[in-house]
Design a protein around this ligand. Structure first.
Ligand code: AMP
Ligand code: GLY
Length: 421
């Protein structure tokens, strides 16, 4: 079978590498992919907002199945569009993608189905927000409703900060804003919990712990993710049961009552407070870098899993996982998440020799005359799988030291809550 993967990050390289191992996959195309995917797939440069030209390419190349990696095309309705054109595609439709595309949609769903989440209010102008904020305890969280590439969330310590946040949102920093979401600050530990669903049935698809802050010790600005390990140290049967019964199932039921079904990966972003799960956010895709830690642990043929989902047969598909744990450190361009330089060659990459339990998934890279150059803030993901996370992390750092990329930096403390120094 021929597979098309949409996206160009570390998550998509991991999806690509995992499906490449499948016995029935003869060819993979990445739209547009990165330097890493170009070694195992054919990269096709295309504007992802142009659904028509994407569809024509998919038809011309006779691609059997498309997997969508990032949220933007999902929220924009790529699944509905491709399905309308008789193309098999794995990912949620536009209606379901509102779970990520509109924080207010999700909050209202939580309210209707009694799903545990931070208490919240929705306000349609600065004045109303101000009256409310003046009565609040701090810290408080102010959020823009729509997609904001991970930037529309403000954790505010003071009234002044929260008023600034509200103003920025209504001033249109993240696009035209009709509402702002203000919610209670939850103090606990975050956990990324994943399910895969065929629209009728779902299965758990692993857990991970992301490290979103740019500096060691979880300090500094928020980023897309500086590293992760899987499974999360919080994972347990009791907690799984609470998450599935109180959060996932009512959500899927809620979508059904809107006459739709969730098909794809669902990323449940949680805050665990005294062993109780609260929903912080939904993403309608795999996490990045969580995906890079979860997929290498999957034993079952990945293409079989995707096909089972596309044929409503997930129920009878057994998902098997390797027992080893995995950890990923992200190599970033200096300056990220603010300004950074692109087009810097990563010279030592071709000299690295990896063991069987080590993987490099490219993110912001591109290839030019067989040389690899940086092309983004998050550049490479180094992953190691073993029974011992401390050892794994040490080996990743050795690889990063060998790489010795002048323009890069990374966090040496990924997994610090579970690995003693
Ligand atoms: P989000 O984009 O919703 O994932 O928010 C980005 C980050 O902000 C999350 O990963 C959390 O670390 C933090 N955050 C969001 N909402 C809350 C909340 N209600 N309480 C505490 N932290 C939050
Ligand atoms: N790792 C965070 C995200 O994928 O949104």
């Amino acid at each position: 079978m021929k597979v098309g993967i949409i996206g160009s990050g570390g998550r998509e390289h991991a999806l690509c590498a995992c499906i490449k191992k499948s016995k029935n996959v003869e060819k993979i195309y990445c739209f547009p992919g990165n330097a890493g995917t170009s070694y195992i797939a054919e990269n096709i440069n295309v504007d992802l907002t142009n659904f028509e030209s994407l569809k024509s390419l998919i038809k011309k190349l006779k691609i059997d199945t498309v997997i969508v990696g990032p949220e933007k095309p999902l929220v924009d309705g790529i699944v509905d569009f491709l399905e309308l054109n008789q193309i098999k595609v794995f990912g949620p439709n536009k209606k379901c993608s509102q779970l990520e595309g509109s924080k207010i949609f999700t909050k209202n769903l939580c309210k209707k189905y009694n799903i545990p989440t931070a208490n919240f209010g929705i306000f349609s102008n600065i004045e109303e927000s101000k009256i409310f904020l003046k009565k609040c305890n701090f810290p408080i969280v102010v959020k823009a409703d729509g997609l904001a590439a991970g930037k529309g969330v403000y954790i505010c310590e003071t009234l002044m900060q929260s008023l600034d946040a509200v103003k920025e949102i209504f001033d249109g920093k993240f696009g035209k804003a009709e509402n702002v979401l203000i919610e209670e600050f939850l103090k606990g530990e975050e956990m990324s919990f994943f399910i895969i669903s065929d629209g009728e049935n779902y299965k758990k698809f692993g857990t991970a712990q992301d490290h979103k802050r740019v500096l060691e010790g979880d300090k500094g600005k928020n980023t897309g993710g500086m590293g992760a390990y899987s499974p999360s140290r919080l994972e347990s049967k009791t907690l799984d049961k609470k998450i599935l019964e109180r959060i996932v199932e009512p959500t899927l039921k809620g979508l059904k009552s809107m006459n739709t079904n969730f098909k794809g990966f669902l990323y449940v972003g949680l805050m665990i407070v005294n062993n109780e799960p609260y929903l912080i956010e939904y993403n309608v895709r795999m996490g990045d870098p969580e995906c890079q830690t979860i997929l290498p642990r999957l034993k079952t043929d990945f293409a079989d899993v995707i096909n089972a989902c596309l044929n409503n047969k997930l129920k009878s598909t057994n998902l098997e996982w390797y027992e080893e744990k995995s950890i990923c450190i992200v190599l970033c361009s200096k300056g990220y998440p603010d300004k950074y330089q692109n087009n810097i060659e990563i010279k030592e990459l071709e000299n690295l020799i990896l063991n069987k339990n080590e993987f490099i998934f490219h993110a912001g890279t591109k290839i030019n005359n067989s040389k690899v150059f940086s092309n983004g803030g998050r550049v490479l993901n180094i992953v190691n799988i073993s029974k011992n996370l401390k050892n794994s992390r040490k080996q990743i750092i050795e690889i990063l030291n060998k790489l010795n990329w002048d323009n890069g930096f990374f966090r040496k403390d990924i997994g610090f809550k579970i690995i003693d120094v």
